[in-house]
Write a protein of this length. Structure first.
Length: 29
């Protein structure tokens, strides 16, 4: 099983966070 890890550094803006969107779209758990 592959796992995607995302580290929130300074803020939790979900709408314009391109790195988080890419991690979510990758299909990993």
């Amino acid at each position: 099983m592959k796992i995607a890890l995302f580290w929130f550094r300074r803020d939790l803006r979900l709408n314009d966070n391109t790195a988080l969107n890419a991690a979510l779209k990758s299909g990993f758990k």
